[in-house]
Design a protein around this ligand. Sequence first.
Ligand code: NAP
Length: 308
Amino acid sequence: MTAIRIAIVGLGKIARDQHIPSIAGTDGIELAAIASRNASVDGIAHFATLDQLLADGRDIDAVALCTPPQVRHAQAAAALKAGKHVLLEKPPAATVSELAPLLTIANKARRTLFATWHSRFAPAVEPARAFLADRQIKSVDIVWKEDVRVWHPGQTWIWQPGGLGVFDPGINALSLVTRILPRPFFLTKADLSFPANCQTPIAADLAFTDDTGVRIRAGFDWRQTGPQTREVHIETDAGRLTVANSGGRLVHDDRTLLDETRYEYLGIYRHFTELIASGTSDFDLSPLVHVADAFMLGRRHSVEAFSD
Ligand code: NAP
């Protein structure tokens, strides 16, 4: 089978850290071009913009959109209309409603649209989902606290409308929890902390429940220095399940069931090649819906101005 020739659009932190090595490590797909205004990779065809790449007419089958969410809809629509399969970094969009039209275009063009949620490819996720499938769940505590200066140095788009602020990492937790919990849940309360000079929050405290009345709490904070915390604790009728280390570790009561290095993006690219081969798309909006709800329901608090 001929390898899928993919172009990366937006050569920034995640493209360099994860996409390039993961494409190199996946059978059936190869990096054929970069479209990025200010960056390139030695030996790989380079275009300043996606439009220039699409106008070039060279043999590109797919694009991975690693740009900020605010610009991805237009890029995804253009790429699909040009007959390319499209992989969207998370979050897949800056609004909930811009995604449905993309799926329509993808279906019409018979191309794959893959809205990735990288945390769902962490090793603890499917075992946790299987464990919880027939358990009675008593409570869920999500603690996702990071240092924004470490993970997003110099990035301004995260503080602008559509950049999501602390929900940029928080949506990783929501993508994981919406995968492992057996029932859908919904937001009941949100407190959002906005730095005085930013248009997106730096911290969020959220309360959710489901139709059985389970208490689900989430604390997202981008001001944590030192060790980073990305954990979900689930109390069940069969003890406490903890998904720790962003989904790399699974602990049942005091017993570690799994502790592995996370190679989430290898799973992403394997899945993308499978989707393309089967002519299907993968598109789940539920994590983004929870974020939109938080902006709708959230009480806004002003906190100290942010400086990088
Ligand atoms: P980034 O370092 O800012 O990279 C994004 C790149 O997109 C920039 O280097 C820039 O390249 C291009 N770009 C920026 N603004 C643009 C615009 N207005 N129009 C067109 N291109 C633009 O951001 P990142 O951290 O890689 O994050 C990108 C996406 O990946 C985000 O959605 C983020 O949530 C997701 N993600 C990030 C991480 C992480 O650890 N950082 C982890 C997982 C997922 P040029 O200037 O060269 O065009």
